[in-house]
Design a protein. Structure first.
Length: 308
């Protein structure tokens, strides 16, 4: 049984006339008749009863009609879906995640190069906390993400280290420590501190700044007299600008006017920024080009210095 035989039978069931059904199927009547006879042989009985000028479906034909119609419709749907896929073959979506605190300016040259190589590029950029980006990668909602590696990633994710991001201290421009090239950790002891996702607060993620502060507490005995939490680095900088304390943030965090960032020293705390994608998941043209370009680039503190 093939789809041509089914199509011929459906046409015959509508017209109940071999001549008109053959014409509707654009085939000669002898070829049409032979196809119907082969289908009857495969199904084990006559599908059409012909009595002089009266032609009608047999009992077998009536019982087979809905089944063969469903088979025909399913085949047509499959062909339509395949055609839609072929028409969309030129589409090249790139669903990109970027963690807060990472300066995305360096990605403009990468995206410009991808756009020059890949026709139909369709970029979707999402800013979100590292754990949320990891979940989106695992769920297939993102193709690739740049994020800080402050803890172990699931085995299902590939990781490609790009650069090392230092933790900086956020200060108002008029703060006494703003004149120094770096801020020693000891200078934070007894200060009022602002950081995104401070440990102990309900709900926030453990951001790099929060992880850094935990290290200062546990390993170096630094204690803050007041702690203020914000959901992201720009909001933490706003609290610093309001005079609520000094802040911690990645060195590449975008800051509002009046706020400066000075590297944390003694100790310097840094963490790797990585490119991540789900292991084993096929990449389209856009994702593949983006991954290759990012991995081939030479990075220095979040700035692309060239291609390796």
């Amino acid at each position: 049984m093939d789809l041509t035989q089914i199509r011929y039978f459906l046409a015959l069931s509508r017209t109940l006339n071999f001549t008109r059904a053959a014409e509707a199927c654009n085939v000669t009547q002898p070829a049409f008749t032979r196809a119907i006879q082969r289908l009857e042989g495969e199904l084990g009985g006559p599908l059409i009863l012909r009595e002089r000028s009266l032609t009608q479906l047999s009992e077998l034909g009536r019982s087979m009609l809905p089944l063969l119609q469903s088979t025909h419709d399913a085949a047509e749907a499959a062909l339509s879906r395949a055609a839609e896929h072929r028409r969309g073959a030129d589409d090249a979506p790139l669903r990109l995640g970027l963690a807060p605190g990472l300066d995305g300016i360096a990605l403009t040259s990468v995206l410009r190069e991808v756009a020059s190589r890949v026709q139909g590029l369709d970029v979707r950029l999402r800013r979100d906390a590292g754990p949320a980006l990891v979940e989106a990668l695992l769920a297939g909602d993102l193709d690739v993400a740049l994020l800080p590696e402050t803890g172990a990633l699931p085995d299902r994710l590939n990781r490609w280290p790009l650069w090392s991001e230092r933790i900086a201290v956020l200060l108002r421009e008029d703060h006494p420590l703003a004149a120094a090239p770096a801020v020693p950790a000891a200078a934070l002891d007894g200060a009022s501190l602002v950081a995104p996702g401070m440990p102990g607060e309900a709900g926030p993620d453990w951001t790099p700044a929060a992880v850094a502060f935990a290290r200062l507490q546990e390993e170096h005995g630094i204690r803050a007299v007041g702690r203020h939490a914000a959901s992201c680095h720009p909001e933490a900088a706003l609290l610093v600008a309001a005079g609520l304390g000094v802040g911690l943030a990645p060195e590449g965090a975008v800051l509002p006017p009046g706020i400066v960032a000075r590297p944390l020293a003694a100790p310097e705390i840094a963490y790797p920024v990585i490119l991540s994608a789900a292991a084993g998941r096929p990449m389209n043209r856009a994702v593949s080009a983006f991954v290759k370009l990012v991995r081939a680039a030479r990075w220095n503190a979040g700035r692309m210095m060239g291609v390796a």
